[in-house]
Design a protein around this ligand. Sequence first.
Ligand code: HEM
Length: 240
Amino acid sequence: MTSSNAPRWWRRPWIVPLMLVAVAFLAFSVPPYLTLDPAESRLEPPPGNDLYYPLLVGHVLFGTVAMVTACFQIWPAFRARYRRGHRITGRIYVFAGALPAGLLGLYIGWNTPAGPSVRVANLVGSVLWITITIIGIRMARQRRYADHRRWMSRSFALTMSIALSRVINVVATIVLTPQLDTTFGGNEVLLRYSAVSIGAWLGPLLMLVIADLVLERRKTPKKPPSGVDASDRRRTPSRV
Ligand code: HEM
């Protein structure tokens, strides 16, 4: 089904930058895992654990599907013009993207070499990703489309948070490096894991806050138009 009243891309100025971030992140992060060679992995598999590497590759592939389909889902013109396409990419996002990537994230996150703070951040991030996505699907099944839109927006924010985590990680490394010989006692690995931890906590947290700020700004007015019951409005599909 098509519609001509899709918001123009310039009314949603974050869409193009977001897509560029997704493309840049995928182009940088994914290629080493397409070789299926553990020696190319940026994360060293724990010694003696044969499951880790295949599950990490699975996470990266499902994560790629999640990121690509998320871009289509939040693109207002695509959503408005291709309703059927929106439903199909939505299902792919959930069942071949966010849910399997999040489940595998639990395993690889638990087995991180980067210490307890990163482990807990990984588990919290994965659990939030899975839970928020499931709530989003439940809202759609119950035809609560405004709530569905809100929860899926949070799920997409978490999908994109991985790119922000990497940027924060780099900034944290640069900021912490002068403290190598003081705070970290000359231990470079400790410094690196601290920077990873800051990224793993701040990335999802900031993205969820940003998503909710955007959602808050786009909220429909409190007072329903005359003749419309407030409870009806909750069931009306609306755009991000
Ligand atoms: C909230 C969403 C996500 C969570 C919770 C998550 C979780 C994780 C975890 C726990 C690890 C292992 C890190 C460690 O050992 O400390 C990891 C690695 C990785 N994830 Fe995700 N992930 C998410 C989204 C994504 C997405 C959307 C992609 C897109 C491709 C992705 C790609 C990767 C890659 C490439 C690695 C390997 C590390 C690297 O080479 O930089 N992740 N992720």
